[in-house]
Design a protein around this ligand. Structure first.
Ligand SMILES: *[C@@H]1O[C@H](CO)[C@@H](O)[C@H](O)[C@H]1NC(C)=O
Ligand SMILES: *[C@@H]1O[C@H](CO)[C@@H](O)[C@H](O)[C@H]1NC(C)=O
Ligand SMILES: *[C@@H]1O[C@H](CO)[C@@H](O)[C@H](O)[C@H]1NC(C)=O
Length: 597
């Protein structure tokens, strides 16, 4: 059989108000014009994915604005929805999302978490790194190819925007014969069978972080606050479910379904060897595809998501797993509350980093692997620094981006190799020469710069193989840190936590790994884009930098309580003028001098 669909190279050609277009970056050999075959009224591309059919162009309009919810609290919605519309497409479809920002005083950008952005690094959605931020009242059109199947999601780049409601599910489906675990389930309905968990905060965070005394989630919800999410099943059939932790705070969550076991089949969109257990543990930004079989007596069962330590300890949310024909009215009046003192035997839970990749380990052979140490820790040594440490993005001069003053007063900031990340004065990917040289610091050479905040860049070249040791040193905090790697999945080569629970210095780490008596590297390391680094421990990741771009490696779990904690893995590429010309230009920005002097 010729699998034509995988050979199609698609070109999209939408000449709309001079906004982004991706035709100029796709391979020159592309000669198959994409037909817009979208038929359904809502422009949805959700459909069974078939072999040998042309991909579609799937267009969405996101109007993002403040909305008052039933409790009278201001949240931020996409098309009046939280979560935002879920995007379900087939592999190789082109996703086009026109984002309109209607949040006064705020600049935004949307990041497509886990999407490779092959050939479209300028669609990755990081303000001042891959694009100019979307100012109040303006629009930006994202367009990229769904080049990889799996469970993803999208969210505002800024953690407070995400926490206030700017997020939603994004699933890329493929023809069933390509699904490695298709034999394990009967139904795979990504739109209906997704449980996305988020946290509610007592106050609106956007534009307000400066003055909040406590930033703590007060509740969890699954698929939004409005209705209890329901998954309908038929007895004895097996279903593929998509679980997404869309919280941007230190909130690991444990999923379970009463009386049912679940089988994990993919982590962060990457297939794994199946493992069955009672609980699924997801850190912020992680996703897991699981199979549940409706093998119990017909009835209604609670699917539960419970905070597991961290900022969401004691919180929980529920959804329903309903066998067909079951009258669930009685469940709704059921006053049973979750046991807040939830404890779990860790061996009864599946976590993505403990799974094995389906594919054999990529052999990097004799290639030079560049090893880089990234020591992560919280520090409050900066209290007496003369710097005004408030972070004011050049792109959003009106509002501080992060709650630095509070963080500094109480808990300090989380840094990498002693530096906080500074968003550059011009988008690094688009206009590298405009970024002020004195604000950039290279990873590994941090000591050469005094400023505690800089544009921290890891310079690399295309096809380099790099190994990053993310070490959660643990002198200044007991937190676990969850990082997200933009643009590609990485191999989780090793992960380790000090059983003695004493902090780990760089020297300790080198000693441990050189002696090689503690760290056993996995044989079939899982591929993931979201990486958990245990406290007083480390996680080693490895990747080949096959795509040019400016790829953030950022802590998504610590930024609500800190300045940005990130490095940019920079694989430079000169973008064609036609691309630069078609992308929106940045508005007036303030030079970063206010931060540095
Ligand atoms: C935060 O508090 C400061 C000082 O009390 C005040 O000047 C500022 O307007 C407040 N900001 C917001 C967003 O309320
Ligand atoms: C479901 O149960 C409730 C009471 O538990 C009852 O009032 C209602 O009529 C039932 N609905 C159906 C469709 O049987
Ligand atoms: C971390 O935990 C230890 C032991 O429970 C405690 O003594 C220490 O104060 C904690 N450190 C921080 C920064 O909270």
């Amino acid at each position: 059989m010729r699998l034509l669909v995988f050979c199609l190279l698609v070109v999209t050609n939408f000449s709309d108000n001079g906004k982004a277009s991706i035709d100029s970056v796709l391979p020159a050999s592309a000669n198959v014009l994409l037909e817009d075959t979208t038929r359904s009224i809502d422009n949805s591309c959700y459909r069974p994915c078939k072999l040998n059919v042309k991909p579609r162009k799937c267009e969405y309009k996101f109007r993002i604005q403040p909305t008052v919810n039933d409790d009278g609290k201001t949240i931020i919605s996409i098309n009046d929805m939280v979560p935002g519309p879920s995007i379900n497409v087939c592999m190789n479809d082109i996703i086009v999302v026109e984002v309109e920002n209607r949040i006064p005083d705020q600049d935004i950008a949307l990041h497509w978490h886990g999407v490779e952005q092959k050939g479209t690094p300028f669609m990755d959605g990081v303000p001042m790194v891959t694009q100019c931020p979307i100012g109040f009242g303006s629009k930006y059109k994202y367009a990229f190819r769904a080049s990889k199947p799996g469970t993803f999601f999208y969210h505002a780049d800024s953690v407070q925007h995400q926490s206030d409601g700017i997020f939603g599910a994004l699933m890329v489906n493929q023809p069933a014969p390509f699904e490695p675990h298709v034999d394990l389930y009967h139904y795979d309905r990504s739109e209906e069978h997704t449980l996305i968990i988020a946290a509610d905060f007592s106050e609106t965070l956007t534009g307000n972080l400066e003055n909040l005394s406590e930033i703590k989630p007060v509740a969890l919800n699954i698929n939004g606050d409005t209705d209890i999410a329901k998954i309908f099943v038929m007895e004895n059939f097996a279903y593929r479910l998509r679980l997404i932790n869309a919280i941007a705070a230190e909130c690991p969550v444990v999923y379970s379904i009463d009386a049912h076991h679940v089988t994990a089949i993919a982590t962060d969109g990457n297939p794994v060897k199946p493992v069955t257990a009672e609980h699924i543990l997801l850190y912020p930004g992680e996703r897991m595809d699981v199979v549940v079989r409706a093998s119990q007596p017909a009835g209604g069962y609670w699917a539960r998501a419970r905070g597991y330590g961290g900022a969401c300890a004691g919180l929980s949310a529920r959804a329903m797993l309903l066998y067909s024909g079951f009258n669930y009215t009685a469940m709704l009046v059921d006053e049973e509350k979750d046991d807040y003192s939830f404890e779990m035997d860790p061996s009864s839970a599946i976590h993505g980093q403990g799974l094995e990749s389906l594919n054999e380990e990529t052999d990097y052979g004799a290639e030079t692997i560049k090893s880089v140490y990234l020591g992560v820790d919280r520090t409050n040594d900066l209290k007496d620094e003369p710097n005004d440490f408030r972070y004011i993005s050049d792109a959003m001069p009106k509002k501080p981006f992060f709650p630095a003053p509070i963080a500094l007063r109480t808990d300090g900031v989380v840094q990498i190799n002693g530096k906080s990340f500074l968003y550059p004065n011009a988008p690094l990917l688009l206009y590298p020469k405009e970024v002020r040289a004195e604000t950039i610091c290279a990873v590994g050479e941090e000591d050469e710069r005094r400023d505690p905040q800089c544009v921290q860049v890891l310079n690399a070249e295309r096809n380099d193989v790099i190994e990053l040791a993310l070490v959660n040193e643990g002198f200044g905090s007991n937190d676990t840190y969850t990082f997200h790697m933009h643009g590609s999945s990485v191999q989780i080569v090793a992960t380790w936590q000090n059983p003695a629970r004493t902090p780990l210095s760089k020297a300790d780490f080198l000693k441990l790994t050189n002696e090689n008596n503690v760290v056993s590297k996995s044989a079939n390391p899982p591929l993931k884009d979201t990486i958990v680094v245990p406290n007083k421990g480390f996680t080693i990741i490895r990747m080949r930098l096959s795509q040019p771009g400016a790829w953030m490696l950022e802590c998504r779990s610590c930024s609500l309580y800190s300045l940005p904690t990130a490095v940019v893995v920079n694989v430079p590429q000169t973008l064609p003028k036609s691309v630069l010309d078609s992308l929106p230009k940045c508005g007036n920005y303030r030079p970063p001098d206010v931060l540095l002097h």
